[in-house]
Structure formats: C-alpha cells, structure tokens
Design a protein around this ligand. Structure first.
Ligand code: CUA
Length: 362
C-alpha cells in the first residue's frame, strides 16, 4: 500500500507524508499488487517471508517493463531453488532413515557423478541461459523520438533535466514525472563520484560515472508513485539520496511539464514576501535558482517549483513548512556532510518566512 506506513518517516519529528498520493492511487496500487501476485507462479511460496518487501520501492511489485521481466526471473529462480532444496533434504532423509546402510560402489558412483556433476551442470547452464537471455531487451536503447531525461547524481541529490523535442530543457531536482506506457531514455551522469540510479519498481539499476554518460531505457506500465534511490555507496549521506517518481497519464504529464517550465509566481502574502527577501538577502541565490527571480545559482537544486514536489532534501523530508524550517536551520543534522551551510543563526521569524515562501513555490 502507498500509505503513511510505507512512506516511512526518516526523521522522527517530520515524517514524510504523501500528501498528494490520492485515494485512487491507493486503489490502483492495491490492484497492481493483486495482479503481480496472480502472475507470479511461486508467489504463494515466497509470500510468507517477503511480507515486508512491498511498497513504493519494491522490485517485487513491478510497475515497469524491465522490472516485470526481472521479477519474473526472480520468482522462477526462487521456485527452482526451493525445488532443489526439497530434493536435497529428501535425499538426506532417505540416506539417514530409509537406507542407513552402505551402498554398492556402483550405486554410490551414480549418485556422486549424477547428483554432484551432471545435474548441477545442467541446472546451472539452464539458469545461466535463462538469466542472460533478457539482457539485450533490458539494455536496449529507447526507440527514436522517446522522451529524454538527463539525470545527474550529485552528493547527495539528483539534478533532473527534461529535454523536450521543442523548446528549452526544463531543469528540476529530486523528483521525476513520467507518462505511463511510454518508453523514456535516461541519460545518466555524475560530476563528483560514482552513484547508481535505481527505481526498483520500474527496472534495473545502472551506475552514474563521472566523465561518462550511461543510458537506461524504462517503460512504466502502471500509474502511481514510486521511490527511486542511489544504489552505490557515494559518501556520508548516500543513504539519504532518494527521489520520488510519479507515473501519470500523458495529458496530466504534459500539464505538469508545462507548469514546471513556467517561472515562479511572485510572493503574494507579507510572510512570503519576507521569505523571498530573506532568500535573496542571505545569498541563497548563489547556489539555488528560482526562475523569475534574481536567484540563478546552479550549485544546488533548482527551487522554482520546490513546493510542488512530494518531498524535500532528496526524498528524505515531507514537503511541509516545518520540514523546510528543519532543513534550513539544521541542514547538517538533516543530511550530514551536505555542501549547503546551516542557516540556524537567522532570526526565527526569518526562518519561518523562508520556509513558508519555499513551501509555497508550487
Ligand atoms: Cu549517490 Cu549513493
């Protein structure tokens, strides 16, 4: 379920609430899980020890073509392993209980050569071929004309750039929206260390290597909210480098992208105005851009529509004024080792105004 429980709070006092995960998304996620279980031939066997493996970041509830293929391989291999385990245990019981005496040398040779060499060779060869066969399909580039998104893994957040066929690229951060049923080409890069881009529910993971561009084609098959993460240790806050992926119908996606392309609306309330003044006066614009204002920094995440995202701090805090305040005042505590300095020395009224202004940037 996409619930408060599955979007677990990572910081005790400011839990990540999925405020825009609506009821129909809940129902769709539930239906999707039901379908996934019906498809998996060994799901009933595997279900018991895997009850904690569901949710928005699960490889076992696939919502993308690549992930479906990978999950299928997982279930067949798990089923095979269970069958082999049962056979070995049955043989052990047979040897100890049903036939405790010694075997003839001929029979013993059959068992050793057959069970120790021939059967494992056949099983491993079949598994190897079965495991490698989908690779060309999983690594195939997206068809010509597909949506292109460049994602740059940075310590410890995600720079996202939509490259539409027409018009300027749209630079965003820490959240990705995708149209359902359409292949997408991700171009993955890194300016600092090796990261790894992984949306478990949609497909496999691939490294983001400084000085190189790696590519990954994904096709989401279900509408919903999913969670992606960095899957390669990349420094102190590696575990605090996540993002949300919202898969939606094409029309909703187009509307969203158009809205993200727009500049920020000017602040309309005195508190928001004070927040913007504080943002500009304290040099936040040296690192962050808010399109439509003098803030044009490119070091940190683009904040033009930061209030429209599901989370802040790269998937670790809910998008709420209280969490913004916590982030700005105790950045070092929220994400140890992060480049952004802590602004806890600002007057409380300024911090509150800043938080209010940023949360209002929809
Ligand atoms: Cu980036 Cu781990």
């Amino acid at each position: 379920m996409v619930t408060n429980a599955s979007l677990k709070p990572l910081t005790p006092d400011v839990g990540l609430a999925p405020r825009r995960v609506n009821e129909s998304a809940h129902r769709r996620a539930g239906a999707a899980r039901g379908a996934a279980r019906r498809r998996s031939p060994f799901a009933p066997l595997g279900a018991l020890p895997l009850v904690g493996c569901g949710g928005v970041q699960s490889t076992l509830e696939p919502a993308g073509r690549g992930a479906e293929r990978i999950a299928e391989i997982f279930w067949w291999m798990t089923g095979g392993a269970i069958v082999i385990w049962i056979a070995v245990i049955a043989l052990a019981i047979y040897a100890v209980r049903a036939h405790p005496g010694s075997h003839s040398p001929r029979r013993a040779n059959y068992l050793i050569v057959g069970g120790g060499a021939i059967v494992p060779t056949i099983v491993l060869t079949v598994l190897l071929i079965y495991g490698l066969a989908p690779l060309p399909e999983l690594l195939a580039p997206a068809p010509e004309g597909s949506l292109k998104i460049t994602v740059s893994g940075e310590q410890w957040w995600w720079r996202v750039r939509y490259e539409p066929h027409a018009g300027e690229p749209v630079v965003l951060a820490n959240e990705i929206h995708l149209p359902v049923g359409e292949p997408v080409e991700f171009r993955l890069e890194s300016p600092d260390v090796i990261h790894s881009f992984w949306i478990p529910a949609l497909g496999g993971k691939i490294d983001m290597i400084p000085g190189r561009v790696t590519r990954l084609a994904l096709t989401p098959t279900k509408v919903g909210v999913f969670r992606g993460t960095c899957a390669e240790y990349c420094g102190t806050s590696h575990a605090l480098m996540s993002f949300y992926v919202r898969v939606e119908e094409k029309a909703a996606f187009d509307r969203w992208l158009m809205q993200q392309r727009a500049t920020a609306l000017p602040p309309s309330t005195p508190l928001a105005k004070r927040g913007q003044a504080s943002f500009l006066a304290n040099g936040c614009g040296a690192c962050h851009a808010i399109r439509g204002t003098p803030a044009e920094g490119v070091v940190g995440p683009d904040l033009t529509h930061v209030g429209s995202r599901l989370s802040i701090g790269a998937g670790i805090l809910p998008n709420k004024p209280k969490a913004f305040l916590h982030w700005i005042a105790r950045t070092d505590q929220a994400k140890p080792g992060v480049l952004m300095p802590t602004f806890g020395m600002l007057p409380k009224a300024d911090l509150e105004a800043l938080a209010f202004y940023l949360e209002g940037l929809r």
